[in-house]
Design a protein around this ligand. Structure first.
Ligand SMILES: *Cc1c(COP(=O)(O)O)cnc(C)c1O
Length: 362
Protein backbone atom coordinates (compact mmCIF):
# COMPACT_ATOMS: atom_id res chain seq x y z
CA UNK A 1 0.00 0.00 0.00
CA UNK A 2 1.36 3.42 -0.99
CA UNK A 3 0.60 5.66 1.98
CA UNK A 4 -1.14 9.00 1.39
CA UNK A 5 1.10 10.84 3.84
CA UNK A 6 4.57 9.34 3.63
CA UNK A 7 5.86 11.40 6.52
CA UNK A 8 8.86 9.19 7.16
CA UNK A 9 10.12 9.75 3.63
CA UNK A 10 9.75 13.53 3.96
CA UNK A 11 11.51 13.67 7.32
CA UNK A 12 14.23 11.33 6.03
CA UNK A 13 15.39 14.06 3.64
CA UNK A 14 16.64 16.05 6.65
CA UNK A 15 17.05 13.17 9.08
CA UNK A 16 20.41 14.29 10.49
CA UNK A 17 19.15 17.81 11.24
CA UNK A 18 16.11 16.44 13.05
CA UNK A 19 18.22 14.00 15.07
CA UNK A 20 20.72 16.72 15.93
CA UNK A 21 17.85 18.91 17.24
CA UNK A 22 16.44 16.05 19.32
CA UNK A 23 19.83 15.22 20.84
CA UNK A 24 20.46 18.88 21.62
CA UNK A 25 17.24 19.01 23.66
CA UNK A 26 17.74 15.61 25.27
CA UNK A 27 21.16 16.71 26.55
CA UNK A 28 20.10 20.25 27.52
CA UNK A 29 18.13 19.44 30.66
CA UNK A 30 15.45 21.96 29.55
CA UNK A 31 12.28 20.31 28.29
CA UNK A 32 9.41 22.75 28.84
CA UNK A 33 9.31 26.48 27.99
CA UNK A 34 13.00 26.97 27.36
CA UNK A 35 15.24 28.50 24.72
CA UNK A 36 14.02 26.32 21.82
CA UNK A 37 10.39 27.39 22.28
CA UNK A 38 11.44 31.01 22.60
CA UNK A 39 13.58 30.79 19.46
CA UNK A 40 10.90 28.99 17.46
CA UNK A 41 8.28 31.55 18.50
CA UNK A 42 10.52 34.35 17.24
CA UNK A 43 11.30 32.47 14.00
CA UNK A 44 7.65 31.60 13.30
CA UNK A 45 6.50 35.17 13.97
CA UNK A 46 9.21 36.43 11.61
CA UNK A 47 8.18 33.89 8.96
CA UNK A 48 4.50 34.89 9.19
CA UNK A 49 5.32 38.57 9.46
CA UNK A 50 3.53 39.03 12.79
CA UNK A 51 4.86 40.79 15.88
CA UNK A 52 4.07 37.86 18.20
CA UNK A 53 3.88 34.09 18.26
CA UNK A 54 2.98 31.95 21.27
CA UNK A 55 3.53 28.19 21.09
CA UNK A 56 0.73 25.88 22.26
CA UNK A 57 0.09 22.15 22.52
CA UNK A 58 -1.96 22.01 19.29
CA UNK A 59 -4.21 24.13 17.05
CA UNK A 60 -7.48 23.31 18.81
CA UNK A 61 -6.03 24.69 22.04
CA UNK A 62 -4.60 27.67 20.14
CA UNK A 63 -8.06 28.56 18.82
CA UNK A 64 -9.67 28.09 22.23
CA UNK A 65 -7.02 30.24 23.89
CA UNK A 66 -7.57 33.04 21.35
CA UNK A 67 -11.35 32.96 21.87
CA UNK A 68 -11.02 32.88 25.66
CA UNK A 69 -8.42 35.63 25.71
CA UNK A 70 -10.83 37.82 23.75
CA UNK A 71 -13.54 37.04 26.29
CA UNK A 72 -15.67 34.93 23.96
CA UNK A 73 -17.78 32.34 25.77
CA UNK A 74 -21.38 31.57 26.76
CA UNK A 75 -23.88 33.90 25.08
CA UNK A 76 -21.59 34.57 22.14
CA UNK A 77 -21.85 33.34 18.57
CA UNK A 78 -18.93 32.77 16.22
CA UNK A 79 -19.30 32.39 12.45
CA UNK A 80 -17.54 29.33 11.00
CA UNK A 81 -17.55 27.56 7.63
CA UNK A 82 -20.11 24.77 7.18
CA UNK A 83 -17.47 22.64 5.39
CA UNK A 84 -14.45 22.92 7.68
CA UNK A 85 -12.74 20.26 9.75
CA UNK A 86 -14.71 19.75 12.96
CA UNK A 87 -11.91 21.27 15.08
CA UNK A 88 -12.91 24.80 13.99
CA UNK A 89 -16.40 24.25 15.42
CA UNK A 90 -15.08 22.48 18.53
CA UNK A 91 -12.93 25.47 19.49
CA UNK A 92 -16.05 27.63 19.55
CA UNK A 93 -18.25 25.20 21.46
CA UNK A 94 -15.45 24.23 23.89
CA UNK A 95 -15.34 27.83 25.17
CA UNK A 96 -19.14 27.79 25.58
CA UNK A 97 -20.00 29.86 22.51
CA UNK A 98 -22.18 28.75 19.60
CA UNK A 99 -20.70 27.98 16.16
CA UNK A 100 -22.88 29.56 13.46
CA UNK A 101 -22.20 27.86 10.13
CA UNK A 102 -22.06 29.74 6.83
CA UNK A 103 -21.80 28.00 3.47
CA UNK A 104 -18.67 28.09 1.29
CA UNK A 105 -18.32 29.17 -2.31
CA UNK A 106 -18.65 25.79 -4.11
CA UNK A 107 -15.81 26.68 -6.50
CA UNK A 108 -13.17 27.71 -3.96
CA UNK A 109 -14.40 25.71 -0.91
CA UNK A 110 -13.80 28.81 1.24
CA UNK A 111 -16.33 30.79 3.28
CA UNK A 112 -18.63 32.85 1.01
CA UNK A 113 -18.49 36.46 2.29
CA UNK A 114 -21.80 37.32 0.60
CA UNK A 115 -23.52 34.86 2.94
CA UNK A 116 -21.86 36.08 6.14
CA UNK A 117 -23.99 39.21 6.70
CA UNK A 118 -27.21 37.20 6.97
CA UNK A 119 -25.70 35.08 9.77
CA UNK A 120 -24.69 38.03 11.96
CA UNK A 121 -26.85 38.62 15.05
CA UNK A 122 -26.51 40.84 18.12
CA UNK A 123 -24.65 37.93 19.77
CA UNK A 124 -22.03 37.53 17.03
CA UNK A 125 -18.51 38.24 18.33
CA UNK A 126 -16.19 36.88 15.68
CA UNK A 127 -15.67 35.25 12.31
CA UNK A 128 -13.31 32.28 12.65
CA UNK A 129 -12.34 31.67 9.04
CA UNK A 130 -10.42 28.62 7.82
CA UNK A 131 -8.02 28.72 4.86
CA UNK A 132 -9.25 25.37 3.65
CA UNK A 133 -6.77 23.04 1.95
CA UNK A 134 -4.16 25.83 2.23
CA UNK A 135 -5.85 28.40 -0.02
CA UNK A 136 -6.43 31.73 1.71
CA UNK A 137 -10.07 32.74 2.14
CA UNK A 138 -11.61 35.94 0.74
CA UNK A 139 -9.86 38.14 3.28
CA UNK A 140 -10.61 41.55 1.70
CA UNK A 141 -14.35 41.05 1.90
CA UNK A 142 -14.19 39.41 5.33
CA UNK A 143 -12.01 42.20 6.74
CA UNK A 144 -14.52 44.70 5.38
CA UNK A 145 -17.46 42.93 7.05
CA UNK A 146 -15.59 42.52 10.34
CA UNK A 147 -14.67 46.19 10.37
CA UNK A 148 -18.16 47.44 9.49
CA UNK A 149 -19.92 45.16 11.98
CA UNK A 150 -17.37 45.50 14.77
CA UNK A 151 -16.45 41.82 14.79
CA UNK A 152 -13.17 40.06 15.43
CA UNK A 153 -11.72 38.30 12.42
CA UNK A 154 -9.73 35.18 13.38
CA UNK A 155 -7.94 32.56 11.28
CA UNK A 156 -7.87 28.81 11.58
CA UNK A 157 -4.54 28.66 9.74
CA UNK A 158 -3.93 25.00 10.61
CA UNK A 159 -3.60 24.13 6.90
CA UNK A 160 -2.00 27.35 5.66
CA UNK A 161 1.72 27.43 6.60
CA UNK A 162 3.32 29.78 4.08
CA UNK A 163 0.13 30.49 2.11
CA UNK A 164 -0.22 34.14 1.17
CA UNK A 165 -2.82 36.74 0.24
CA UNK A 166 -1.82 40.09 -1.29
CA UNK A 167 1.76 39.45 -0.26
CA UNK A 168 0.91 38.77 3.37
CA UNK A 169 1.17 35.35 4.95
CA UNK A 170 -1.66 33.39 6.52
CA UNK A 171 -1.48 34.02 10.24
CA UNK A 172 -1.06 37.74 9.56
CA UNK A 173 -4.42 38.38 7.90
CA UNK A 174 -6.64 38.90 10.93
CA UNK A 175 -6.65 39.81 14.64
CA UNK A 176 -5.15 36.43 15.58
CA UNK A 177 -4.50 33.04 14.01
CA UNK A 178 -4.07 29.45 15.13
CA UNK A 179 -1.56 27.06 13.57
CA UNK A 180 -1.19 23.32 13.90
CA UNK A 181 2.12 21.52 13.55
CA UNK A 182 0.51 18.08 13.59
CA UNK A 183 2.90 15.72 11.72
CA UNK A 184 1.01 15.75 8.40
CA UNK A 185 0.75 19.55 8.11
CA UNK A 186 3.08 21.41 5.71
CA UNK A 187 5.28 22.20 8.71
CA UNK A 188 4.88 19.22 11.02
CA UNK A 189 6.41 18.26 14.35
CA UNK A 190 7.05 14.65 15.38
CA UNK A 191 4.03 14.83 17.65
CA UNK A 192 1.43 17.43 18.57
CA UNK A 193 2.26 21.14 18.49
CA UNK A 194 0.56 24.44 17.69
CA UNK A 195 0.87 28.21 17.90
CA UNK A 196 -0.98 31.51 18.01
CA UNK A 197 0.23 34.40 15.85
CA UNK A 198 -0.97 37.99 16.29
CA UNK A 199 0.09 41.62 16.14
CA UNK A 200 -1.82 42.36 19.34
CA UNK A 201 0.58 42.49 22.28
CA UNK A 202 -2.11 42.26 24.94
CA UNK A 203 -3.63 39.20 23.32
CA UNK A 204 -0.21 37.56 22.99
CA UNK A 205 0.50 38.15 26.67
CA UNK A 206 -2.88 36.79 27.76
CA UNK A 207 -2.47 33.65 25.63
CA UNK A 208 1.09 33.26 26.98
CA UNK A 209 -0.31 33.20 30.50
CA UNK A 210 -3.31 31.08 29.70
CA UNK A 211 -1.27 28.30 28.07
CA UNK A 212 0.68 27.93 31.35
CA UNK A 213 -1.96 27.79 34.13
CA UNK A 214 -2.50 31.54 33.91
CA UNK A 215 0.94 32.43 35.22
CA UNK A 216 4.34 33.51 34.01
CA UNK A 217 6.76 30.76 34.90
CA UNK A 218 5.39 29.33 38.17
CA UNK A 219 4.34 32.73 39.48
CA UNK A 220 1.67 35.35 39.46
CA UNK A 221 -1.51 33.48 38.48
CA UNK A 222 -3.70 36.47 37.82
CA UNK A 223 -6.01 34.60 35.42
CA UNK A 224 -7.25 30.99 35.21
CA UNK A 225 -5.35 29.14 32.55
CA UNK A 226 -4.82 25.65 31.26
CA UNK A 227 -1.82 23.53 30.35
CA UNK A 228 -1.17 23.76 26.64
CA UNK A 229 2.52 24.34 26.05
CA UNK A 230 4.69 23.69 23.04
CA UNK A 231 7.54 21.57 24.37
CA UNK A 232 11.24 22.02 23.76
CA UNK A 233 11.67 18.82 21.73
CA UNK A 234 8.95 19.71 19.22
CA UNK A 235 10.12 23.33 19.04
CA UNK A 236 13.68 22.18 18.21
CA UNK A 237 12.37 19.81 15.52
CA UNK A 238 10.22 22.59 14.03
CA UNK A 239 13.25 24.89 13.98
CA UNK A 240 15.18 22.24 12.04
CA UNK A 241 12.34 21.92 9.51
CA UNK A 242 11.31 25.57 9.11
CA UNK A 243 14.14 26.51 6.70
CA UNK A 244 12.82 23.81 4.34
CA UNK A 245 9.15 24.86 4.40
CA UNK A 246 9.30 27.17 1.37
CA UNK A 247 11.12 24.55 -0.68
CA UNK A 248 8.63 21.84 0.27
CA UNK A 249 5.74 24.19 -0.57
CA UNK A 250 7.35 24.91 -3.95
CA UNK A 251 7.47 21.17 -4.67
CA UNK A 252 3.79 20.88 -3.72
CA UNK A 253 3.01 23.78 -6.08
CA UNK A 254 4.86 22.00 -8.88
CA UNK A 255 2.89 18.79 -8.28
CA UNK A 256 -0.35 20.83 -8.22
CA UNK A 257 0.57 22.42 -11.56
CA UNK A 258 1.20 18.95 -13.03
CA UNK A 259 -2.14 17.68 -11.72
CA UNK A 260 -3.85 20.66 -13.36
CA UNK A 261 -2.12 19.85 -16.63
CA UNK A 262 -2.58 16.08 -16.59
CA UNK A 263 -6.16 16.09 -15.28
CA UNK A 264 -7.54 18.92 -17.39
CA UNK A 265 -9.70 16.58 -19.50
CA UNK A 266 -10.26 13.92 -16.85
CA UNK A 267 -13.82 14.93 -16.01
CA UNK A 268 -12.80 15.69 -12.42
CA UNK A 269 -13.55 19.13 -10.97
CA UNK A 270 -10.13 20.54 -10.01
CA UNK A 271 -9.38 23.06 -7.27
CA UNK A 272 -8.93 26.72 -8.26
CA UNK A 273 -5.46 27.68 -9.51
CA UNK A 274 -3.31 30.23 -7.70
CA UNK A 275 -3.95 33.85 -8.57
CA UNK A 276 -1.58 36.78 -8.72
CA UNK A 277 -2.62 37.89 -5.25
CA UNK A 278 -3.17 34.48 -3.67
CA UNK A 279 -0.65 31.66 -3.40
CA UNK A 280 -1.71 28.40 -1.80
CA UNK A 281 0.68 26.14 0.10
CA UNK A 282 -1.23 23.23 -1.50
CA UNK A 283 -1.68 21.45 1.80
CA UNK A 284 -4.28 19.22 0.16
CA UNK A 285 -5.12 18.78 -3.52
CA UNK A 286 -8.85 18.14 -3.37
CA UNK A 287 -10.84 17.20 -6.47
CA UNK A 288 -14.53 16.46 -6.96
CA UNK A 289 -16.54 13.87 -8.86
CA UNK A 290 -20.17 12.79 -8.67
CA UNK A 291 -19.06 9.20 -9.25
CA UNK A 292 -16.38 9.31 -6.55
CA UNK A 293 -16.29 5.55 -5.78
CA UNK A 294 -15.10 4.80 -9.31
CA UNK A 295 -12.11 7.12 -8.91
CA UNK A 296 -11.31 5.88 -5.42
CA UNK A 297 -11.30 2.33 -6.77
CA UNK A 298 -8.80 3.36 -9.46
CA UNK A 299 -6.49 4.70 -6.74
CA UNK A 300 -6.88 1.57 -4.64
CA UNK A 301 -6.09 -0.56 -7.73
CA UNK A 302 -2.88 1.44 -7.99
CA UNK A 303 -2.07 0.30 -4.45
CA UNK A 304 -2.81 3.73 -3.00
CA UNK A 305 -4.29 4.71 0.28
CA UNK A 306 -7.21 7.16 -0.28
CA UNK A 307 -8.40 10.12 1.79
CA UNK A 308 -11.52 12.28 1.90
CA UNK A 309 -11.31 15.72 3.53
CA UNK A 310 -13.99 15.57 4.85
CA UNK A 311 -16.62 12.84 4.41
CA UNK A 312 -19.16 14.41 6.81
CA UNK A 313 -19.84 18.12 7.46
CA UNK A 314 -19.78 18.98 11.18
CA UNK A 315 -23.53 19.75 11.31
CA UNK A 316 -24.32 16.11 10.47
CA UNK A 317 -21.92 14.65 13.04
CA UNK A 318 -23.36 13.25 16.26
CA UNK A 319 -21.34 15.77 18.25
CA UNK A 320 -23.56 18.57 16.91
CA UNK A 321 -26.92 16.80 16.92
CA UNK A 322 -28.10 19.22 19.64
CA UNK A 323 -27.85 22.22 17.28
CA UNK A 324 -30.85 20.81 15.46
CA UNK A 325 -29.49 20.78 11.92
CA UNK A 326 -30.22 17.91 9.56
CA UNK A 327 -29.66 16.74 6.00
CA UNK A 328 -30.41 19.71 3.73
CA UNK A 329 -29.45 22.38 6.30
CA UNK A 330 -26.21 23.23 4.47
CA UNK A 331 -26.55 21.76 0.97
CA UNK A 332 -23.24 23.06 -0.40
CA UNK A 333 -21.24 21.53 2.45
CA UNK A 334 -23.20 18.31 2.07
CA UNK A 335 -22.64 18.15 -1.69
CA UNK A 336 -18.90 18.75 -1.22
CA UNK A 337 -18.68 16.07 1.47
CA UNK A 338 -20.33 13.61 -0.91
CA UNK A 339 -18.07 14.34 -3.86
CA UNK A 340 -14.58 15.43 -2.74
CA UNK A 341 -11.45 13.32 -2.44
CA UNK A 342 -7.77 14.18 -2.03
CA UNK A 343 -4.83 13.33 -4.27
CA UNK A 344 -1.40 12.73 -2.77
CA UNK A 345 0.79 15.83 -3.00
CA UNK A 346 2.99 16.26 0.03
CA UNK A 347 5.79 13.69 0.00
CA UNK A 348 8.85 13.15 -2.19
CA UNK A 349 7.91 9.85 -3.84
CA UNK A 350 4.39 10.74 -5.02
CA UNK A 351 4.05 9.84 -8.69
CA UNK A 352 1.77 12.55 -10.10
CA UNK A 353 1.83 11.14 -13.63
CA UNK A 354 0.90 7.63 -12.52
CA UNK A 355 -1.95 8.89 -10.30
CA UNK A 356 -3.23 11.16 -13.09
CA UNK A 357 -3.18 8.35 -15.65
CA UNK A 358 -5.10 6.03 -13.35
CA UNK A 359 -7.74 8.71 -12.73
CA UNK A 360 -8.02 9.63 -16.40
CA UNK A 361 -8.67 5.98 -17.28
CA UNK A 362 -11.10 5.39 -14.41
C1 LIG B 1 -5.36 19.94 11.65
C2 LIG B 1 -6.44 20.94 11.78
C3 LIG B 1 -6.87 21.41 13.03
C4 LIG B 1 -6.43 20.81 14.32
O1 LIG B 1 -5.10 20.86 14.57
P1 LIG B 1 -4.53 20.15 15.91
O2 LIG B 1 -3.16 20.65 16.04
O3 LIG B 1 -4.61 18.68 15.66
O4 LIG B 1 -5.41 20.57 17.04
C5 LIG B 1 -7.79 22.43 13.06
N1 LIG B 1 -8.31 22.94 11.94
C6 LIG B 1 -7.95 22.50 10.72
C7 LIG B 1 -8.56 23.11 9.51
C8 LIG B 1 -7.02 21.46 10.60
O5 LIG B 1 -6.69 21.01 9.39
Amino acid sequence: MVPFFNLGSLNATIQSRIEEAMLRVARSGRYILGPEVEAFEAEWAAYCGTRFCVGTGNALDAMELILKAYGIGPGHEVIVASNTYIATWLAVSNVGAVPVPVEPDPETYNLDPSKVEAAITTRTSAILVVHLYGRCAEMDALQQIALQRGLLLLEDAAQAHGSSFRGRKAGNLSHAAAFSFYPSKNLGALGDAGAVTTNNQELAETVRRMRNYGGVGRLDHRIRGKNSRLDEMQAAILRAKLPHLDGWNALRRMRADFYHEYLEDSGLVLPPKDEEHRESNHHLFVVRADNRPRYLRALVDLGMDTHIHYPEPPHLEGAYADLGYGAGSFPIAEKLAASVFSLPIGYPDVNVLEVSKALSNA
